[in-house]
Design a protein around this ligand. Structure first.
Ligand SMILES: Cc1cc2nc3c(=O)[nH]c(=O)nc-3n(C[C@H](O)[C@H](O)[C@H](O)COP(=O)(O)OP(=O)(O)OC[C@H]3O[C@@H](n4cnc5c(N)ncnc54)[C@H](O)[C@@H]3O)c2cc1C
Length: 382
């Protein structure tokens, strides 16, 4: 890490107005620092446009919304508690997902009025943060934070956004014929929904997996889509040796911070944004902060992913039956994300098995228009 002189008078620059960048901006502004956030697009949440996502609520005992409040972050966005739902295995056997407390909060992303992105933007601006839209930052001279989102694609989630008369809820299918080594999901909230295949392999066949996913949900739960619009995106999972680029902290998916098992990245994006801001405010080493706070959970999630990828269609039924029958599901999930002796021992094997930006032998990037190839091409053009 290069030493930078802290000058309270000059603004801190942040590249990217996603959850990571805005959480950093809000933390700095609370402490009285001037902040300028550069956002490459004309609005927040460009790559999500009305997507529904789960803000996970199992890695800490404390509820994630209370944690936001404790961090001084707004909770003024729509958040539907995700308690009970249904999972299916590849033989279409159903398993009830039951939890007294929310396992996640279903929230909306993008520039809409009730989204996470708009709420964070509003709070940042009310604290005096200057947000410059259509401003792609290419160089950073003074103090700054890089929060520009994924740099590579390790998994993709592809499907549709739509309107519907279905009742609110969430449904998941573990089946490699719908979502190789991942899961297919359907989320419905207030007359709108998203259906996606979240795949960790075989990206080139995304169209076929999306079609099978839609057909499976139609058959199993009567999925009904009005005005379906295609939507997809990629995720980057990586534990960097250092999350600095020169003197500038990297936060959120720009650093590769994400839950490698299921692809939950928002909470890590926000936590890392807050930690990076604190490192600037208190002149602390950011690498030490995130390694202490975030690394154990991310390391464990790599072991979890490597174990999950061994299951295949034969193992998913066993996995769902075993996991979902536990009396306190939220606590059980929390334990699975905590380091243990066995997970530490499995660490080297898991890191060897899982490597970020891996070569997916089923996709050669030639004559392919899957989300991965489209986004890889954009990343290289930046
Ligand atoms: C389809 C899909 C579903 C997902 N579902 C979930 C889920 O259910 N739960 C969950 O927790 N996570 C989910 N994720 C992951 C989650 O969305 C991300 O991990 C999270 O948004 C990362 O936040 P971020 O701030 O790091 O990056 P982003 O949200 O990507 O924000 C980065 C911002 O930086 C801007 N930018 C890029 N380059 C520059 C530049 N040079 N200068 C200025 N601005 C720039 C971009 O325009 C963008 O607005 C999902 C991802 C996808 C693709």
């Amino acid at each position: 890490m290069t030493e930078t002189k802290i000058n309270q008078e000059t603004p801190v620059e942040i590249a990217g107005a996603g959850p990571a960048g805005l959480a950093a901006a809000i933390t700095l502004a609370h402490a009285g620092r001037q902040v300028i956030v550069h956002e490459a697009h004309k609005r927040v949440g460009h790559r999500f446009g009305g997507d529904f996502q789960g803000l996970e609520n199992w890695t800490t005992q404390n509820d994630v919304l209370n944690e936001f409040k404790a961090l001084g972050l707004t909770t003024d966005f729509t958040a539907m508690p995700g308690c009970n739902g249904t999972a299916f295995d590849s033989a279409r056997k159903s398993y009830e997902i039951k939890s007294d407390e929310p396992l996640f909060y279903l929230i909306e992303r993008g520039p809409g009025p009730d989204t996470l992105d708009s709420a964070l933007l509003k709070q940042a601006q009310s604290l005096g943060v200057e947000v410059r839209f259509n401003s792609r930052l290419r160089q950073m001279a003074g103090e700054g934070i890089l929060a520009a989102g994924p740099r590579a694609a390790d998994a993709i989630a592809v499907g549709y956004h739509f309107e519907t008369d279905m009742t609110d809820g969430y449904w998941v299918i573990c089946d490699d014929d719908l979502a190789p080594q991942g899961y297919a999901y359907l989320l419905v909230m207030k007359g709108r929904g998203t259906v996606k295949s979240c795949m960790f392999s075989s990206f080139k066949q995304e169209k076929c997996y999306v079609q099978r996913t839609v057909e499976a949900f139609q058959e199993l739960v009567g999925l009904e889509m009005k005005n379906p619009r295609p939507h997809g995106g990629s995720g980057n999972f990586r534990i960097p040796r250092s999350a600095y680029s020169g003197p500038h902290p990297l936060v959120g998916e720009q650093a590769g911070f994400q839950d490698t098992l299921w692809g939950f990245g928002m909470r890590l994006a926000i936590s890392s944004g807050v930690l990076a801001a604190r490192s600037l405010l208190n002149d602390e080493n950011y690498d030490m902060l995130w390694q202490h706070e975030l690394r154990p959970q991310m390391e464990t999630s790599i072991v979890n992913r490597s174990l999950f990828s061994l299951l295949g269609n034969r193992g998913y039924g066993w996995f769902l039956g075993n996991q979902l029958a536990r009396p306190d599901l939220r606590a059980s999930l929390r334990r699975q994300y905590q380091p243990s002796l066995i997970k530490r021992l499995l660490g080297p094997w898991a890191r060897h098995r899982y490597s970020s930006r891996r070569k997916d032998i089923t996709c050669d990037h030639i004559d392919c228009y899957c989300v991965w190839c489209r986004e890889e091409c954009c990343v290289h053009e930046q």
